[in-house]
Structure formats: structure tokens, C-alpha cells
Design a protein around this ligand. Structure first.
Ligand code: NDP
Length: 287
């Protein structure tokens, strides 16, 4: 079997087109969706992510604000800026690019963002709402994965879903979303015994670890849907996922490539969350 390759770029382009139409409608009603992004420090990967997010906003007809701070900035200044953005009715989404320098309390920074503007969905209140099955903002990467599964009409009800990785930004929210769709969910991590035993049972396998090509074809159930969230840079500078694409595609039924799979959907869902936040403010205004 050769797996069907799920084209995240094509889906992202189509969804972004729909979002741009919704943004135009909002604008015609006097609301321009606006995302504020805070970047602290000079980490090159973070700088690229922020640049891409800002560019995606502009392209979809949304406004963006970018605040950059030196790595040694006093955290109080960042907290003060977050408070300002929280209070600004023209700002609908606020995002602090992670990771932050070591002298920052990351959790405290995330908690300082108004939950109704927390478009990354990392605020404890928003994580709680997701757990309760009543999400306000879904974290962008797992949200993008769910959109890909939905677009492919993957049957989730009763399916065995195995997630490798238990981070707050990918693994855990992914588990909640698949559970909400009635999958039977297993979450594996660095202490899991016999990883392959679990992955071979998966109808839906999500890899979110950050270790190049660790999931090989012989760890995959024939016909499974394999979602590769990992982004790893190889010594030759190329990107690859957590799944060994060449051996996996011979076994899986569907597979996402890296690059061009989950990555483009992540920023797309950030735009979706920002737009939803802006739409909610308009609804509140007119209610
Ligand atoms: P984290 O480092 O926060 O989490 C990695 C997880 O993998 C941990 O839960 C860890 O377990 C687990 N793990 C580590 N080694 C193993 C192992 N040998 N076997 C099983 N599990 C293991 O990473 P993130 O969740 O932030 O990101 C994961 C990957 O996804 C990265 O490559 C990242 O770049 C990528 N990413 C991609 C995005 C996209 O848009 N496509 C967005 C976000 C992330 P433990 O908890 O026990 O330490």
C-alpha cells in the first residue's frame, strides 16, 4: 500500500481564502481583526515564526501589531504591554511567542493575557474550557490537525488514537480533541514502555516529539492515518518530521508530509482564532 499524502498547504490555502472573505465582511461592518504578537529575544526560529504570522495576517486582510524586546528586558515591561493590549478594544488576539528567556515565568505571562484574547489557547482558563468540552480557543496545532482529519472525512468514532508526546501545546490538547470525537485515546511519552506496541494499535497516529524519523514503517498499523507534527532540522539543513516518511508511506493509509503537512495549518488556525475573537466582539457590540 502507498499512503495518500495529505496536502496541508492546499488545505491551508483554501481555509485562508475563506478566512479572508470573513475578514472582509467584518471590515465592512467596521471591525478589522487585529492580532498583537510579542517577541522577546533574538532566537532566529522564533523570529521566523513571528514574521510568518504577521505576514499571514496581512495577507488575510487582518491587522497585526508586532512588539519586539531585547532578551534582557525587565519582565515588568512585557506585563505592562500585555495589560495595555488587553485593554485595547481594537486588539482581538494577543500572542506571546514561546519560548521566553529564562528569567521569565512563562506560565505567569500566559495567565496575564485576557482569556478572551488568548488566540493560542494556552491560558489555564481556556485549557480548562477545552477539557470541559466547551472550548473558547483551541490551540492552533491540534486545531489544524482536527481540520485535516475533518477534510479527509477520517472516521474518528471508536477509532484507536495514539499520540506520541504530551506537551501542553500539542500532545495534551490533541488528546482532548480526539477524545471529544469519541476516539479511544492513548498518550505516549518519553517514559512509555514499548512505544511500538502502542503505535502499532493506532488507527490514527499523531507524532509530536521532536526526534527526527523516530516512527518507522514497522511501528505503524497497515492503513493507519499518520499525522506528523514534528519539525526537525537535519545536519544538511533540510526539515523532516518525527515519522520516517519513506518507510511509513508504504504502510499507512494516509500520511502528512514535513514540510507541507501540519505546519501550514497551524498559522491558519491562528488566523481563524483571531477572526473568531473579532467576530465575538462584534456580536457583543450588537447584542
Ligand atoms: P515538547 O518538547 O514540549 O514535547 C515533546 C514530547 O515528546 C514530550 O512529551 C516527551 O515526553 C516526548 N518524547 C520525547 N522523547 C520521546 C521518546 N523517545 N518516546 C516517546 N515520547 C518522547 O515538544 P512540542 O510538543 O512543543 O513539539 C513537538 C514537535 O512538534 C517538535 O518537533 C516541534 O518543533 C513540533 N511542532 C510543530 C508545530 C507545527 O506547526 N507543525 C507546532 C508545534 C510544535 P516527556 O513529556 O516524558 O518528556
Amino acid at each position: 500500500m502507498t499512503a495518500r499524502i495529505l496536502d496541508g498547504l492546499a488545505l491551508a490555502t483554501s481555509v485562508r481564502g475563506q478566512l479572508a472573505e470573513r475578514a472582509a465582511t467584518l471590515k465592512s461592518q467596521g471591525v478589522t481583526p487585529c492580532l498583537a504578537v510579542i517577541l522577546v529575544g533574538e532566537d532566529p526560529a522564533s523570529a521566523v515564526y513571528v514574521r510568518n504570522k504577521v505576514a499571514a495576517c496581512e495577507k488575510a486582510g487582518m491587522r497585526s501589531i508586532k512588539d519586539s524586546y531585547a532578551a534582557d528586558i525587565d519582565p515588568a515591561e512585557v506585563f505592562a504591554r500585555i495589560a495595555e493590549l488587553n485593554a485595547d478594544p481594537e486588539v482581538h488576539g494577543i500572542l506571546v511567542q514561546l519560548p521566553l528567556p529564562g528569567h521569565f515565568d512563562e506560565d505567569a505571562v500566559l495567565e496575564a493575557i485576557d482569556p478572551s484574547k488568548d488566540v493560542d489557547g494556552f491560558h489555564a482558563g481556556n485549557i480548562g474550557a477545552l477539557m470541559q468540552g466547551n472550548p473558547r480557543f483551541i490551540p492552533c496545532t491540534p486545531y489544524g490537525v482536527m481540520k485535516m482529519l475533518e477534510a479527509e472525512k477520517v472516521n474518528l468514532k471508536g477509532a484507536e488514537a495514539v499520540i506520541v508526546g504530551r506537551s501542553n501545546i500539542v500532545g495534551k490538547p490533541m488528546a482532548m480533541l480526539l477524545l471529544a470525537q469519541s476516539c479511544t485515546v492513548t498518550v505516549c511519552h518519553s517514559q512509555s514502555r514499548d512505544l511500538a506496541f502502542h503505535t502499532r494499535r493506532a488507527d490514527i497516529l499523531v507524532a509530536a516529539v521532536g526526534r527526527a524519523r523516530m516512527i518507522r514503517g514497522d511501528m505503524i498499523k497497515p492503513g493507519a492515518t499518520v499525522i506528523d507534527v514534528g519539525i526537525n532540522r537535519l545536519p544538511d539543513g533540510k526539515l523532516c518530521g518525527d515519522v520516517d516518511f519513506e518507510s511509513a508511506r508504504e504502510v499507512a493509509g494516509r500520511i502528512t508530509p514535513v514540510p507541507g503537512g501540519v505546519g501550514p495549518m497551524t498559522i491558519t488556525m491562528l488566523l481563524a482564532n483571531t477572526l473568531e475573537a473579532a467576530e465575538r466582539t462584534l456580536m457583543e457590540k450588537t447584542a
